[in-house]
Structures are given as structure tokens and as C-alpha cells.
Ligand binder design. Sequence first.
Ligand code: GDP
Length: 523
Amino acid sequence: MANLKEEIMTRRTFAIISHPDAGKTTITEQMLLLGGVVRSAGTVKGRQGNFAKSDWMAIEQKRGISVTSSVLQFDFDGKRINILDTPGHEDFSEDTYRTLMAVDSVIMVVDSAKGIEPQTKKLFEIVKERHIPIFTFFNKLDRDGRPPMDLVDELETTLGINAYPMNWPIGSGQILAGLFDLYHHQVEVYRPANESERFLPLNAEGTDLAQANALQQTPAWQESQEEVELLQDAGNAFNEEAVLKGELTPVFFGSALAGFGLETFLRTYLKFAPAPSSKQTVDHQIVEPTNPEFSGFVFKIQANMNPNHRDRIAFVRIVSGEFERGMDVTLQRTGKKLRLSNVTQFMADSRENVENAVPGDIIGVYDTGNFQIGDTIYAGKPAITFEELPTFTPELFMHVRAKNVLKQKSFHKGVTQLVQEGTIQMYTAWDSGDYILGAVGQLQFEVFQFRMENEYNSEVVLEPMGPKIARWISSDQLDPRMASSRNLLVRDRADQPVFLFENMFAERWFADKYPDVTLEAKL
Ligand code: GDP
């Protein structure tokens, strides 16, 4: 590759997080339109589109998602963009969380009529923990929404992050007239009479139009103008460093469906979104993207649910160096040498094979069972071991056992391997030793059950235990008599004791009764 450093600097790798229905798909489609990848909306979720034709995973297919929509790559404004999918709804799983370990920044989409919703909050917590820069887009401005001041206030208080409005709506729904684009010092007009009136310059103070316009007679104008003045006097200051540390979120408003404000958002976002970052190893070495030796880590493994195709795809985020098809790498965990020849890359409008990829890019390596979640691969001489991916606190639990008691061997083998792979989490009841599965989304149980049957020939019986709050307790503070029917005591894979509380009240009751005991959640 001509110049690795230059290539890397064009990459922007991000995920869009949102609560279902906030408009993530619509925004993704609009971005692909802007990138010239699709010609009409409706192709991302649709069946005929370029991104949905896939022969992968019966379960995922049924739900209209596919391996190709896991990563979308396109070019826009001189940048090569990789969008990583974070499935919502019932497809939500630990993979969704782990995907956030492979991005350099995040776009948070919020429905401006609904405000911050539970799934957004959960995903945000992970983003915050990692200090990933986060950009907020309040969507559906063409509908009557909540007052923008309320939305920004809620964002700051419920998520504990400072917000900086980059633009400010002039009305919403029926009276939506435009956006004060504070960053570009202009007003973006909603449905202008002609193209030349789409952008109107602001005066020097940035609080009014530079020249009189009919816009100033629209019903929402005055209120919006007053709010802009208020923001200028009393709002947060813009600070790029704080944005890059994930302490300040630039906030944008718009309507994905109406295609309003989205292009401005994307362009502004790309100005501030960071290029691929370095990554730390277990021995605290920093691997820079420009390091000439290839390295990467596996953040997701997608199993093929079709029993005729046992293969899987391991999604690798490239951290350093250049990937070339057919190159030899070492799988750190086993020391095994592997040749990366059967690799899917995610190029704009097809699953076309491309020969090279650079840091920030994702490659999909066909795998016959070598990889586990979190694995490091590298090409150079010095061994590289990236830090492990975090474990997430599961919220759903099921008792699991083999349907046929005579088939314990394949049952144990299957459970062990699927747990190692990161498909699902496993716990054992403290006293009985019964197996308990833990997951963050229902899909994980379905995938587990399906794969146990198809890959290990082991039918399993799953009995729901309902939602639980899992809290870790250190062994020296534990007295097994603390357990009760409202807080079950179990062991995790590392033999650490964990209480599964029935609900918040049970947890509070426990905290009152044992004030000296510290309970911990994972991420
Ligand atoms: P996702 O679940 O977050 O991917 O949400 P979708 O993109 O599928 O959008 C959910 C629904 O909201 C769909 O019916 C969209 O047409 C609609 N929608 C998305 N963006 C907007 C918007 O800006 N304005 C309006 N009025 N509807 C929108």
C-alpha cells in the first residue's frame, strides 16, 4: 500500500447505538445514500438489497439481518467509513456490547419525542466506561417532539455527560422551520422554496440572520432564537479534547426520514470523529495503528446456523499494520500459525473480495473452530496479546440440562465450547451444581440451543428463571448462609461467588442486612 499512515487517517469506524425504533436503520440508509452506495432507501432491512442477501444463520435470516449488514463500508467526504451494526430488539446480545470494543467512536440516536430510553442507556454505560467519543443525534424533528432544552437536560442528567448543541431546532413537527447551525454559523432551512435559500448566514453574534428573511416570521423563530442566546450565555463551552475523551457529547438535531440535517451532521461528525486508535496489550505496551506489523483481535464470532455449513466467521478488528490476503499470522492463545486466505471484507456495495485492509477496517475470517472471542492475531515476531474483552453482567437466566441423560458427554463438550466461544455465560448453583446459563439477550439462548442440537447433537432443556440482578461478592466476605430464595448463590466460570437477586428490592434488603459486604456488577 502506497502510504499506510495516509490510508489509516481516512478511516472512521463507528457504531450507532439507539433504542429500537429511534431511527438507526433510516439513518444508516441515508448515510449509504450520501455515500452513493444505494440509490433508494429501504435496502438495508429489505430482502432484495445488497446488504441483506446472505446465506448466513437461519435465526438471523428469519429476522432479516445478515452478516453483510454487520459491517457496512463506504466512502464519503474523503473518508472511508466502517459502520458496525449493534442489533437491538430481540437480537440484542453480548455481541452487541462487544462490538463497542471494536469502534473508535459512537453515534447515539435518540427519538426526540421519547428522549433517553432504556436500551440507549445500557449501551451508553459501556461507551462511557471505555471513554469512547460519543455524538448525539436527536431524530424525528419532523414530528412534534419534546422541547429541545428538556431533551438536552435529560441527556445530561440521566447519562451523566456534558452536552454541547452544535445546532438548535427552529420548531418541530408542523412548525419545523429549520436549524440554527451554530457550528457553521448559518441557518439550515427546512424545505426551502429554492436551493439557494437552503443555508442562510447568521450575524456576527450568531443569534440572528445576517439579512432579513421570511423565516423570522415563522411561529417558532423567536423562542428558538431566545434559546440560542441562552445557550451562548450559559451553555457548556466546546472543547474538542473533552469530546475525544468522551466527556462532552456534541448534540445535533434533525430528521432522518426527511433527510433533514443529516448530511450536515455526518460532515461535522467526520471532522471530529477520531481516526483508528492505538490499543493496549496485557503487558501495557501500546500498539499504534502505524506499527508496520499486522495485528488484530476477534470481537465477534458468527456461527452458521445452517447444519450443512459448519463454518463460522470470526470478525477481526485490525489494530496495526496492513492485512494482505493469504498472509500468515499467529493465533496468540494457542501459538498456532494460520494462513488468512479465506477472508471476507466489507466493501461498499458487495461482499467483493478486496486484497488489503488497514487499521480501523474489519475482516471476516472463515473459521472452522480455531477462534474464540477476544483472541489476538499478529504477523510480526514479537508476540502481542491484547487485553481481554470485558465480561458483561447478564440479566436473563435459564436452568439448562441435557434432554437425554445418557448423552452427558456431548452435552458437556458443547456447553464448554460454546461458553468458551462467548456465545453465552455459564454459572453453577452453589449447592446442587446445576447448570445455569446467563445472557444479556434472549437470542443468545436460541443460538445456544440451536447449536447444541446441530453441532453437538445434544438436545437441551431450558427452563427460564426470569430476569435477575447478578452481583459478584468476594470469597472472603461470603457466608453461604447469606443465600435465600430471593438471592440465589451461584459460581461463575472462574469459581467466583455470585448472587442472583430476584429484583432491586431483594438487593436493597441484602445491602441493609449486610452493610459491610461489597457487591459488584461487571460492565
Ligand atoms: P431502528 O429500529 O432504530 O432501526 O428504527 P427505524 O430506522 O427502522 O425507524 C423506525 C420507524 O421510525 C420507521 O417507521 C421509520 O420510518 C420511522 N422514522 C425514522 N426516522 C424518522 C424521522 O426522522 N421522522 C419520522 N417521522 N419517522 C422516522
